[in-house]
Write a protein that binds this ligand. Structure first.
Ligand code: SF4
Length: 400
């Protein structure tokens, strides 16, 4: 796998801080560019409430597997959140109880470190922490928290037999040879407590070796990107698979290929093109001479007064008030693509995002919508409907 077109082999040593972890590997598998933003440029998304809940649930399950009764780490009577957490974890008790016995008998271990120094799985060190390993049964178990057990990104049993994270774990802690068994125990965090176990039994060791080979290729590609310049994001391989995953990619505002920035390019291309005779345009929005340059002010017309929502988005992005005044009425729509950790240097990307969203409701957006629709196999009517649903409003003047 190459992440950088014609990427030269790294000449500088790989920074020690760059390691391959299961999370990094998974992020790379979803979109190499999102990995680069997070691990090379350091745009780490802050820990979310969902992540914190996952950590707490893991701790509770780990205690239970170690023979500690449920709910021993806090006051179930006084702390409603802890009570809910224990209920979520206990939903998996039917799968966990046999494992408690395996741990007590000394056949299984919990919270096992999986570490490989540089050179074993490619040039980067690999490190991870395995929730449970049964050394006798050759079973590897990972606990997963999710708001939706049926979310499409959860691997089923067949996919788990090729899951890079699980197989790398197996490779790191089990001797080679016989088949291994890998399992996810998933705990639902939204709605009534519910858990499910997905197990892939008798995974041939050849799959483990294939996963290791794949990870080594990824490790080489990661190392090649270790010193890739921040201003050349467009050269880094990307995939749309993560753009809308887990509530949206946190790098959407800075990524040139995020849906909103692609929409922006389509919009500006449409705006720069000479207007067709069949369009009717108001003097406020019509370019006087088929303008070749994008002019946000003429796109927006008279800047409206910022609403409280606009002001909130502007404050979050440390955005000048003059820019904020351009945002209404699309602030709520654009808030979805502004990362919570937006910095002042993200402002141009944010403004472009705003422009793209806002433009879908005006004259230039009409042709941009048609262009996007054609690119994505969506009808222009469906796109206009989506814009209306998002509160952006229908195109006021559409091509005839
Ligand atoms: S916005 Fe999409 S393409 Fe860009 S980094 Fe995120 S997941 Fe990758």
């Amino acid at each position: 796998m190459t992440a950088l077109a014609a990427a030269p082999a790294p000449t500088a040593p790989v920074p020690k801080v760059l390691r391959m972890s299961p999370t990094a590997l998974s992020q790379w598998g979803t979109c190499p560019r999102s990995w680069w933003y997070a691990y090379v440029l350091g745009h780490r998304a802050p820990q979310t409430a969902a992540m914190a809940l996952g950590t707490q649930l893991h701790a509770e399950v780990e205690r239970y597997l170690g023979g500690v009764p449920w709910g021993s780490a806090g006051s179930m009577i006084l702390d409603a959140r802890y009570r809910d957490l224990v209920a979520m974890a206990r939903a998996g008790e039917q799968y966990l109880r046999p494992l408690v016995e395996r741990v007590a008998a000394g056949h299984a271990r919990v919270e096992v470190k999986a570490e490989c120094p540089p050179g074993v799985v490619g040039p980067l060190a690999f490190s991870g922490r395995i929730d449970l390993v049964d050394d006798v049964f050759r079973l590897v178990v990972d606990h997963k928290t999710t708001s939706d057990l049926r979310a499409p990104w959860h691997p089923d049993a067949a996919a788990l037999a090729h899951d890079p994270q699980m197989l790398l774990y197996a490779s790191a802690v089990l001797p080679p040879g016989p088949p291994v068994h890998v399992a996810h125990i998933r705990y639902r965090t939204r709605g009534d407590p519910l858990a499910q176990m997905v197990i892939s039994p008798d995974v041939p060791w050849a799959n483990v070796e294939a996963a290791r080979e794949h990870a080594a290729g990824v490790s080489h590609a990661m190392a090649a990107l270790a010193s890739h310049p921040a201003d050349r994001a467009a050269e880094v391989e990307w995939s749309p698979a993560g753009c809308r995953k887990f509530g949206g990619c946190p790098h959407a505002a800075r990524c040139p290929d995020s849906p909103v920035n692609r929409a922006f390019r389509a919009t500006t291309a449409a705006y720069a093109a000479p207007p067709q005779e069949s369009h009717t345009m108001s003097s406020a929005t019509a370019p006087s001479n088929g303008a070749a340059a994008f002019n946000p002010m003429s796109l927006f017309g008279v800047a409206p007064k910022p609403t409280p929502e606009v002001a909130a988005v502007a404050a979050r992005a440390a955005m000048p008030s003059a820019v904020a005044s351009l945002l209404a009425p699309s602030a709520l729509a654009v808030a979805a693509v502004v990362p919570p950790d937006a910095r002042p240097d993200d402002v141009p990307a944010i403004v472009r995002a705003v422009a793209a969203v806002r433009a879908l409701g005006g004259w230039p957006g009409a042709r941009a919508a048609a262009s996007l629709a054609a690119q994505n196999g969506v009808s222009p009517e469906a796109l206009t409907h989506a814009a209306t649903e998002a509160g952006i409003g229908p195109a006021t003047e559409t091509p005839s």
